[in-house]
Design a protein around this ligand. Structure first.
Ligand code: ADP
Length: 440
């Protein structure tokens, strides 16, 4: 039998004995009920004494030993002691875990800041204190945007799109850069991860400068080579055997010139990630110019249509927009056979302004689409080389669009054609009335 059952049986037996004893004594003295009442009152008092001891011990259990009693009371006290021990064990484990967690986050090479739903600082590690110049005493409870005041970060927080980090200059004024990434968790809380990316940014700048300088240096000798090749090709007494190789050399020199031109343009675009301001760009006029360029090619798709559905102008940098749109139209012309067609469409709606180039050309296999805007990425080297492409056109398009807050959407089916669409946000549209006033 279980000790608890035994204790309860014993308690029940004792109560029965009390009743029998009380009733017997009362009967002997001629008042059965009085005897019974006295016996039960004694029993109750005895119980109250135990209850008092139990309650006193519960209140002082941190330093007092449990009362040494048996029976049901002993069982209850044993249960309480067990529960108390278990609670203490879990609490200790939790505290240990918390300490370990704090120690490990403190040792992280990255800064970590915990923010509550009001974006106030709840906790931060040593690295965050160093990188963001936070003080443990004064800055807890402060709103993060009052302490990290870089406009890019304030905009990032306000936008609430935390998919990518934002890079800001360090507040100390040194030539340092920090990458700040917010990760939402729990009930509106935010984890702010801070990394020192000064080295990467400096290396990136060195790489960009190197590419830009190398491209500039290569341009002059290439211009000389191209000039001589042109003169040679035009020479009426040129050996017939040399005509083929010289024509090929001219083609390759043209390709190199195109690559260098695109490299210089990419380096210039990469110099700043800033969003460009807005001068009105007449997209309808630009589209018709691009159409003429396609038709001026020696070989071009038979049908080149314009579908201008909006007279609204685009607010952007005219040379950059021209370069992006002409890259898309050029690609459509390059990768579409003579019997195919191209459509250039411009329209606006509630989502903003859209410029799309659709062709019925060779298309791109689905698995290549996400990588098309990488530098020098080609679906297959053969087709690009044959068309004289630099492999940088779509990288330029992506950069230009980024600087205009726009995105590129690519839809393509291998063998039946592609649509490249640039989506501009509504704030990039200059409404028709204002556009008319601007040109008047
Ligand atoms: P390239 O100068 O080689 O054309 P881009 O960056 O402009 O370089 O394009 C990258 C690759 O994407 C090209 O090599 C080509 O394979 C593919 N591509 C781009 N536009 C089209 C299109 N309209 N139709 C089919 N393939 C295309």
């Amino acid at each position: 039998m279980q000790p608890a059952t035994q204790a309860w049986l014993f308690a029940a037996g004792r109560l029965l004995a009390t009743v029998v004893f009380g009733a017997g004594a009362g009967w002997l003295f001629g008042n059965l009920w009085l005897g019974l009442a006295c016996a039960l009152a004694l029993h109750l008092t005895w119980m109250l004494v135990y209850l008092f001891r139990l309650e006193w011990w519960l209140r002082h259990r941190n330093y007092a030993d449990p009362p040494d009693v048996g029976g049901v009371w002993g069982e209850i006290i044993a249960q309480v002691v067990r529960l108390h021990r278990r609670k203490r064990f879990h609490k200790q484990r939790f505290v240990q875990l918390m300490r370990q967690l704090q120690r490990s986050t403190a040792a992280l090479p990255d800064g970590v800041v915990i923010l509550n739903a009001q974006r106030e600082i709840v906790w931060f590690n040593r690295m965050a204190a160093r990188l963001l110049n936070l003080r443990r005493t004064g800055d807890l409870g402060m709103r993060i945007e009052h302490l990290v005041r870089a406009p890019e970060f304030v905009r990032y927080l306000a936008a609430g799109d935390f998919a990518n980090p934002v890079v800001v200059r360090t507040a100390t004024g040194e030539d340092g850069f920090l990458s700040l990434q917010v990760a939402p968790y729990g009930d509106g809380q935010l984890l702010l991860l801070v990394r020192d990316v000064s080295r990467q940014i400096r290396l990136e700048a060195v790489r960009r400068d190197f590419v830009a300088n190398a491209s500039h240096e290569l341009r002059s000798p290439l211009t000389v080579i191209s000039g001589y090749l042109e003169t040679l090709a035009a020479d009426p007494v040129l050996d017939a055997e040399l005509q083929g190789p010289i024509a090929e050399m001219r083609r390759q020199a043209e390709r190199m010139t195109a690559i260098i031109r695109d490299l210089i343009e990419l380096s210039r675009l990469e110099e700043t990630d800033e969003v460009v301001g807005g001068e009105p760009v007449d997209v309808a006029a630009l589209a018709s110019l691009l159409r003429k360029d396609v038709l001026a090619r020696p070989v071009h798709p038979r049908d080149v249509r314009l579908r201008i559905e909006s007279a609204a102008q685009l607010l952007g940098d005219e040379p950059e927009i021209h370069s992006a749109f002409s890259n898309l139209v050029d690609n459509a012309a390059k990768y579409t056979p003579a019997e195919g067609s191209i459509e250039i469409r411009w329209w606006t709606d509630a989502d903003g302004a859209h410029f799309a180039v659709t062709d019925t050309g060779m298309g791109v296999p689905a698995e290549h689409i996400p990588r098309l805007t990488e530098r020098f990425y080609r679906v297959d080297a053969g087709r690009s080389r044959a068309t004289g492409g630099s492999g940088l056109g779509l990288a330029i398009v992506k950069h230009v669009l980024q600087r205009h807050g726009a995105t590129l959407e690519v839809e393509s089916t291998l063998g039946s054609g592609s649509t490249f669409t640039c989506h501009f946000p509504p704030e990039r549209i200059l409404p028709v009335a204002r556009a008319a006033a601007a040109t008047a």
